[in-house]
Each structure stands twice: as C-alpha cells, then as structure tokens.
Design a protein around this ligand. Structure first.
Ligand SMILES: [Zn+2]
Length: 245
C-alpha cells in the first residue's frame, strides 16, 4: 500500500533522545516501506537548510516544512518568507514543548497570520504538559479558523490527552491528526469514524519511531483496506495540495 509519511525529521537529536536521521536513512525507509513522499522538517528551527538540501536533491519525494520558533519572531517571519515564499516549502512546523511556549500563546499570532497568507498548514507537536496539550492547540485553532492545524501525535502517549485530541478535533474542523508515537491503534479508527475520514494521517516521526511499528498500528486499527489508504496516503495528499487550489 503506497504511503505518505506525514511527519519526519532530518538531523540529529542528542541528549536524552540520542537518535538521528540522514538523507540515506530516510530514502532507505521510503524504499523499504512504500513511502512515496515524506513531509519533512529539520531537527530544530535553526536547521532548515537540512530540509532544503534534501528537498532540492529529491523534489518529488519530499514535501518540506519550515521549522520556526515563534519566540524568535523576526527569524520566524523571515524564515517563512524565504522558505515558503521563495523555496517552495509547503507548511510550517512548530514544537511548543521543545521551544517552551504554550501552544495558544499570542507569540504564535505572527506565524498563524503568515500561514493564512500563504495558505499552508501548521504542524504542531502535541501531548506534553504544560506547553503542547490538545486543549491549548484547540484554542489556537479556534482563533485561526482558516488555518489548518495538524495536531502531530494526536495527544501522544497519554490516554487522556489522546481522548482530548479527538474531542478537540471533533469540535474544530480545521484540526487534523497524525498518529506517530501514539500507542492506541483503536483511536486511529475512532478518529477516522468520528473526527473525519480525511482528517487522520499516518506518520513515523522518524528518527524517533520505526516505520514498521507505526505502519502496524494503522494496519491493525480495525478499518477496511480502502479506508486505510486514506490514512496512509490520500489524506496527506489532499491536505498538502491545498496551496494549488
Ligand atoms: Zn516530530
């Protein structure tokens, strides 16, 4: 079954994580697991050139996101204008946990306004208190109803946060979900059926998780094959095609 990986990183994560990925490892995964395209961002907001280099080498395989830190607003704005405005990047990635701001903080307004201007989705890490909880991401989505917000990890490792991700996505139709790192396969089916057939996507969060593990969660979630194709492929395709409309 062909796939789009809706969430992967290129680069090194030191410290507690001790993981890294490279052009080679990403391409190897793509070949091995029928991943046609990867929605790619760097390891942090200072490494967008890593994404640009891979995108320029493999333009058909990579859908690039610009990683920004809203607390560095001047750099965030200039990076968005450069990478999206001039280099063909197709979305924005932010991580409230890593860069220490609450997901609905007003520091995000400039980023969301830019997303609205360029008509690109904003991918936001979810699932860790106090910064990146589903309720805060929902308050942001509520303030910017025209911006598509991808709640990466759909609540991540905690059942209460996963449930909140589903509840918030049911309430706000501009919230999309991505399942990497989220352990409860049955919640993928629940999202498909109760949030929306086009608002739940497969991802790996490479290099944090192995593609085969993330793939199994989708395969065993309890949905029929044609519905799995939406999750594995068509939903990400549809979301990222928005700019061309
Ligand atoms: Zn990630």
């Amino acid at each position: 079954m062909k796939k789009i990986d809706a969430h992967a990183h290129i680069g090194e994560y030191g410290g507690w994580a001790g993981v890294s990925s490279s052009e080679e490892s990403i391409l190897k995964n793509m070949n091995e697991y029928e991943i046609e395209k990867t929605i790619l961002c760097s390891a942090n907001y200072e490494r967008n050139e890593d994404t640009r280099e891979m995108f320029e080498s493999y333009p058909k395989c990579i859908i690039p996101l610009v990683y920004v830190n809203p607390l560095k607003s001047e750099k965030a704005i200039s990076d968005i204008d450069y990478y999206i405005g001039e280099k063909g990047f197709q979305g924005i990635k932010i991580n409230p946990l890593r860069d220490a701001f609450v997901a609905d903080d007003t520091c995000l307004d400039v980023v969301m306004e830019k997303a609205q201007e360029y008509k690109v989705p904003v991918f936001i890490h979810s699932g860790h208190p106090p910064y990146s909880l589903p309720w805060s991401i929902a308050l942001l989505a509520e303030r910017f109803p025209k911006v598509k917000v991808v709640m990466i990890h759909m609540g991540h490792g905690h059942g209460v946060y996963i449930d909140a991700a589903l509840k918030m996505a049911r309430r706000y139709e501009n919230i999309y979900l991505e399942m990497s790192g989220m352990p409860m396969g049955c919640k993928i089916k629940e999202a498909y059926e109760t949030v929306g057939a086009d608002r739940i996507m497969f991802g790996t969060d490479s290099p944090f998780h192995h593609p085969s593990v993330e793939i199994q969660k989708v395969l065993t979630c309890g949905l029929e094959e044609e519905k799995l194709e939406d999750i594995f492929y068509y939903n990400a395709l549809k979301l990222m095609d928005v700019r061309k409309e």
